[in-house]
Write a protein that binds this ligand. Structure first.
Ligand SMILES: [Zn+2]
Length: 368
């Protein structure tokens, strides 16, 4: 796999969530700057492609017309719309000017990547501004207004492609799961910190789909302090056999990096080395690959992890020392973590035992 498109333009972070919100637009800008400092788009098989806005019909493949209309009107500053009914308000899902445009552009970015794959112009497309996996049909949730991943999957289904969705964000990919819960054409696999400890409080092993979709939703809830070894072990137990059986035409992967040990919102303990291994695994398993971004709330982690992801997608190895022009923004000025997070042996044991129980339960219910 070598032909790779990065879906990006400054318009993706010109607007966005207001200052103080965890989903800061600067996450995207800093990633973009790091990739450019590494001259990461210079090889002939890589290219940058600009996003476009999603159309209302595209948004409506997943969201209700009523919700789309309310988002547009809230975005313009209209009042008297009872935004709480759609889960907007102070906190996770604030109303902000230009919300319809900025969040709709993130959906369009994923669709641009999707179309490049459908037209066989690339083998991998990375829409790093997306991965908004909590958005509901009729409500915002967990920083997510529109579900770019689910809408992209809908577009792939319309072309009769079988889709495997792999979500390594620290939070359960509940919005994507819900959108295809009864659909056997989409296999969703979400790895996340257990809902006993983290938003959104779902994603347990018994959630395996319903109706014709029974057996096509897979959840891997992990114990706090799960580190690289156990996460990768669980991934290797579950994903290769399920993908071999399902035989997808494309993998859509949500690459949230909030499972990192530095992340302020979660309690998992991955490092950049763990992420790199997971990106390599997905790369090896995916016949074609639509990657979307996702969470990640430590400002030093997100650019480094997604730069590593782009390196794997485009077969480039970037020097570990950060380029001089951005080095002063990072301490230490290295692409990889300098130190591994030190887990106690009790933490490691607890996390491993919990993961073994999950793998065993899934093996029984899904037959692998
Ligand atoms: Zn997350």
């Amino acid at each position: 796999m070598s032909r790779a498109a990065f879906i990006g333009a400054e318009s993706l972070w010109a607007g966005g969530h207001p200052p103080g919100h965890p989903l800061r637009p600067e996450r995207l800008r800093d990633t973009w700057e790091m990739l450019h400092a590494y001259d990461a788009f210079a090889t002939p098989d890589t290219r940058i492609v600009a996003p476009r806005p999603a159309t209302e019909d595209e948004l409506a493949t997943i969201h209700s017309r009523e919700y789309i209309d309310v988002v547009r009107r809230l975005s313009r500053g209209e009042t008297g719309l009872n935004p709480g009914r759609f889960s907007f308000g102070p906190g996770d899902n604030p109303i902000f000017n230009g919300m319809f445009e900025s969040e709709g552009l993130k959906v369009g970015a994923a669709l641009v990547g999707t179309e490049l794959l459908l037209n066989d112009e690339v083998e991998v497309a990375f829409s790093f501004a997306g991965g908004l996996h909590h958005a509901g049909r009729n409500f915002a949730s967990g920083f997510c207004v529109f579900g770019d991943g689910a809408i992209a999957i809908h577009r792939l289904l319309a072309a009769d492609w079988r889709v495997a969705y792999i979500d390594i964000d620290a939070h359960h990919g509940d919005g994507v799961q819900a959108a295809f819960y009864d659909d056997p054409r989409v296999l969703t696999i979400s790895f996340h910190e257990s809902g006993h400890y983290l938003f959104p409080g779902t994603g347990f092993t018994h959630e395996i789909g319903q109706g014709a979709g029974r057996g096509y939703s897979v959840n891997v809830p992990l114990f706090p302090y799960t580190g690289d070894d156990t996460f990768i072990w669980a991934f290797d137990q579950i994903v290769p056999p399920l993908l071999e059986r399902f035989a997808p035409d494309v993998v859509v992967a949500q690459l949230g990096v909030d499972a990192h040990w530095r992340d302020p919102l979660t309690h998992l303990a991955l490092t950049t080395y763990g992420f790199e291994t997971l990106f390599q695994r997905i790369h090896a398993l995916a016949p074609r690959w639509l990657a979307v971004g996702g969470g990640g709330y430590d400002r030093t982690v997100v650019p480094r992890a997604w730069t590593l992801a782009w390196g794997i997608m485009s077969n480039q190895r970037f020097p570990n020392e950060l380029p001089a022009e951005i080095a002063s923004d990072y301490d230490p000025a290295l692409l990889h973590d300098e130190l591994e997070f030190e887990l106690t042996s009790e933490q490691q044991q607890q996390a491993r035992q919990a993961a073994e129980a999950v793998v065993e339960a899934l093996g029984q219910s899904l037959g692998f």
